[in-house]
Design a protein around this ligand. Structure first.
Ligand SMILES: [Zn+2]
Length: 343
């Protein structure tokens, strides 16, 4: 038996690309020159991803400005000053605010697959942002002539298109819900998106939750999984990618997860921590998987990284070398555990 193992998505961008994006913004390089940098970064990321042996890979989200803002990047219907996300180390990331309707995606995630699939020889997955995250763009005081209900209708439609185009391109989809620990009220909105898919389609859709990672810090680690899971597992998907390795009490979380691992659900537990600079060993990963397998039936278990390695495009707190070293440990440790569980 081989347990499935998948990444979450992002890999830190190469320094030349981060500089190139800045130069393009300042008018110092052309769109063609930037495109070359993007393509080089995607090709190199996929090559290194495949070298780790990971059976499923991503393009490292090299083209996403961030996991949350790629659909609105370049929109002229935004102003600064939206919801601010405070991280534990004191830094913040602020979302913009919508200034007018109708709400339309500028970029669909499937567009990233066009260049990624040229370079990949193993299956790709594609992460999309949850509708609940983008719902934060609508101003609290409302917009004249564009009600919150109209906005949500447009948002649900665009988010479903985002997923549908990825499925049509033949990849599996992961919905990034990294505000997940605040998500109770957002389940309904995300299910409105998921309800537009058949059971067969939903088998190729998963959801990722974590306390949010940026610049080696988190924003909602103090919200207990015991409060989150009842809402999370109301989401109508089959695959759950859950941050676990950095939890202070893994056994307690595994017990909660074990109770949810029923039916056709598969739970991918985080076995490497992108925020911790230390590289996990394959043996440590193996032991974490074996620990998880005592709570979650191995037929419903998989492994993942706790989070992406750089959900925001300019975050260079983790090096590419350590991201790939951690992924290699995940792949090797999962294979070691599979051998134990299979034998
Ligand atoms: Zn995450």
């Amino acid at each position: 038996m081989t347990l499935p193992t998948e990444p979450i998505g992002s890999i830190p961008r190469p320094a030349q690309l981060i500089e190139g994006i800045r130069d393009y913004g300042a008018g110092r390089i052309t769109a063609d020159a930037l495109e070359t940098l993007f393509d080089n970064a995607v090709r190199e990321t996929i090559r290194r991803f495949e070298d780790t042996g990971s059976p499923v890979i991503t393009d490292g989200e090299q083209r996403k400005p961030s996991f949350a803002t790629y659909p609105i990047h370049g929109s002229d219907k935004l102003s600064p000053g939206g919801v601010s996300i405070a991280f534990k180390d004191g830094h913040t990331r602020q979302l913009p605010l919508l200034t007018a309707g109708p709400f339309r995606y500028q970029t669909f995630a499937a567009s990233y697959l066009e260049s990624a699939s040229k370079h990949a020889s193993v299956p790709l997955k594609q992460a999309v942002v949850a509708a609940s995250v983008l719902s934060l763009l609508y101003p609290a005081e409302g917009l004249p002539g564009y009600s919150r209900e109209e906005f949500q209708e447009d948002l649900v439609s665009e988010a479903a298109t985002d997923i549908r185009r990825c499925l049509a391109a033949g990849v599996t989809v992961q919905i990034d819900l990294t505000e997940g620990r605040l998500a109770n009220a957002f389940v309904e909105l995300n299910n409105r998106v998921l309800n537009q898919f058949t059971d067969d389609e939903r088998r190729r859709i998963g959801v990722h939750t974590c306390p949010g990672g940026d610049q080696d810090s988190t924003h909602s680690a103090d919200v207990d999984y015991a409060q989150l899971f009842p809402a999370l597992f109301r989401l109508e998907v089959n695959n759950f990618f859950v941050q676990l390795s950095s939890e202070p009490d893994r056994a307690r979380v595994l017990k909660l997860l074990g109770a949810q691992a029923t039916g056709s659900r598969r739970i991918f537990v985080g076995v490497t921590d992108p925020i911790d600079p230390r590289i996990e060993t394959a043996r440590e990963v193996r032991d974490r998987v074996l620990e998880a397998a005592t709570y979650i039936d191995p037929s419903r278990l998989g492994t993942t990284d706790d989070c992406g390695f750089s959900p925001f495009g300019d975050d260079i707190s983790t090096s590419r070398d350590s991201a790939f070293a951690k992924i290699r440990a995940r792949v090797e440790g999962t294979a070691m555990a599979s051998a134990v569980l299979g034998g």
